[in-house]
Design a protein around this ligand. Structure first.
Ligand code: ADP
Length: 267
């Protein structure tokens, strides 16, 4: 609580009373703390690959360059760390465009049975590499939603990739469509590691990762779901998750059947 005291005077110039203004700054402090944490996270996420790049470069300059095989190995590491930084900056820029409402969605009608069949076809090779079964159960009738095709692809791919990443070999990943009065719902259900109850509400936060080291090692920036959530909200929809630790996770994208106005416009 923030308090300010202002005295007020009578005609003779004597203090007659004090005006006390009490301001609840809990919300403001929370926002401030979140901003500080975000900046600390960004700095850390950028410094980690930079430290690696720097130490491998120094080792190369100190003579490791002479051995061609070692040199190539080190250059490979430097290259992938540079990629990691580039992905992070790309994701940060995209989030900042959402924050500043600078996103313009190119909305068109999309038939989801076709779209998801294609998604499965494109991801099949990655699933097979992990001996996972990736399937799509077509819906009993055509499902038309209104969305930006590229952004929709980004959300669906992010969720399918996560399902494969956070599941072991032989897991099964099923994509299916359901509906209620107001929404078409696209779910991706995996039989992977699942998410503990206390972590579940936090996975949509920027940089929140259940297992930081593991997720980083798999190339994640920790921003994928935060971006996916923004995109879904930009379409007037939402993103939800259900999970049982050790059993698996179901992520669901909700698309409103009646798409009215475009919430974001170019500034
Ligand atoms: P990341 O780049 O770390 O994958 P995301 O924002 O995509 O970041 O996901 C945030 C975290 O949510 C992940 O680090 C992981 O811990 C958890 N997560 C996301 N999808 C799944 C899933 N299908 N199964 C288990 N955990 C998941």
């Amino acid at each position: 609580i923030n308090a300010t005291f202002t005295p007020y005077y009578n005609a003779a110039g004597q203090i007659e009373g004090v005006i006390v203004v009490l301001q609840d700054i809990t919300e403001q402090k929370k926002l401030d703390d979140m901003r500080k944490e975000f900046v600390a996270n960004v700095s850390h996420e950028l410094r980690t690959p930079l430290t690696t790049v720097k130490s491998y470069t120094e080792t190369l300059m100190d003579g490791a360059m002479e051995d061609k095989e070692i040199a190539m190995e080190f250059l490979g590491i430097i290259d992938s760390e540079a990629d990691r930084m580039a992905f992070l900056v790309r994701d940060l820029l995209q989030l900042s465009r959402f924050d500043n409402k600078q996103v313009c969605l190119d909305i068109c009608a999309i038939e989801m049975n076709d779209f998801l069949a294609l998604t499965v076809k494109q991801n099949k090779i990655h699933a097979e590499a992990k001996r996972q079964e990736l399937t799509f159960e077509p819906y009993e009738k055509p499902v038309i939603i209104h969305a930006d095709r590229d952004r929709l692809g980004q959300v669906v791919n992010n969720i399918v990739t996560n399902a494969m990443k956070y599941s072991l070999e032989q897991a099964s990943i099923k994509i299916y469509i359901t509906e209620d009065e107001t929404y078409y719902k696209i779910s991706v259900k995996d039989t992977g590691m699942g998410i503990a109850r206390e972590d579940l509400p936090r996975i949509f936060e920027r940089f929140y990762r259940v297992d930081k080291a593991r997720s980083r090692a798999m190339g994640g920036t920790g921003l994928g779901l935060a971006i996916a959530k923004e995109i879904m909200e930009g379409h007037g929809g939402r993103l939800s998750a259900e999970s049982e630790y050790g059993k698996g996770t179901t992520m669901t994208m909700w698309f409103p059947k009646k798409f009215t106005t475009q919430p974001y416009t170019e500034v």
